[in-house]
Design a binder for this molecule. Sequence first.
Ligand code: TRP
Length: 334
Amino acid sequence: MKKRVLSAIQPTGDMHYGNYFGAVQNWVKLQEKYECLYGVVDYHAMTMPYKPKKLRENTWELIFNLIALGVKEENLFIQSLIPEHTELCWIFNNYAAMGRVENMTQFKDKSQQSTAKSEGFISVGLFDYPVLQAADILIYKADYVPVGADQKQHLELTREIAQRFNNQVGTEYFALPEILFTETPKIRSTADPSRKMSKSAGEKHIISVFADEQVIRKRIRSAVTDAGDTPEGEMSDGVKNLFELLKAAGDMDSHASLMEDYENGQMQYSVLKEAVAEALVSLSLAFTEKKKAVLAEKKDVKYRIKQSSGKIRKLAQQTVREVKDLCGLVNVKF
Ligand code: TRP
């Protein structure tokens, strides 16, 4: 039996190389070895101020993007099409310790952002976010959860909820899911290598995976190689980032030979940049083509994703039935 992997991503903005190399590329690879379930978590996206029309657009856009990048349709689901996630979240609210949830750094960060931007409105949903995340994971009895280090705390909380639930109902119902740490490259902004590639800093800080050739070449040509604050004898963040991009894009030969040149003090930045641009252009060309094909059959894709969500929902329904039995709720099959 294959082990089960679960991960999820919020529907926000477009897809850049930071997201791709940092997460989605790994999702695609994991499909070879594991049974994978990947969610687009639109309920989570409601926890910060948002626009309804935009939310639905972004949800589908992310689905199309993930498919274009190589995620299999049958592994994808839309969270809100599986309402059992929220039902289990409610049940878990009673097994999650207030003091622990209060301590989540993502909640602290986001509520600060919220205070700065939107008249100080912080929703109960934002607070409860990690409990819904625990439901996302445990509802499928996932063995592994591939996420970045920033999600470690949420995974620990998930395990605590599972443990408390098990203790209270007197049986080891939930196995404790493990975080799957994979070395994924942390891509930085080419315009400012001191910060990570992220849309929040502005358009020039990201390179979309669907960017056209000119944009990619321009971004890479103008990439900051040395901000002048690198200690003697060390590689600057900007150059490290370019090497990282080259490796992540899979051009190992250029990576090895340029690294050798670098160590011999013979590397020209322009040559490194050319190699990086070349590698990204060829990836983006393939992604863009696949995206076009996906968009050409948009309606069918939407239909199939609703079907796959329905199929995945069966697993969720089974868990919720069992959980309700265990925790003293009345069950009926309508
Ligand atoms: N909180 C995750 C993030 O910000 C997204 C997420 C929601 C998630 N539910 C999940 C990740 C379940 C893994 C498993 O990236």
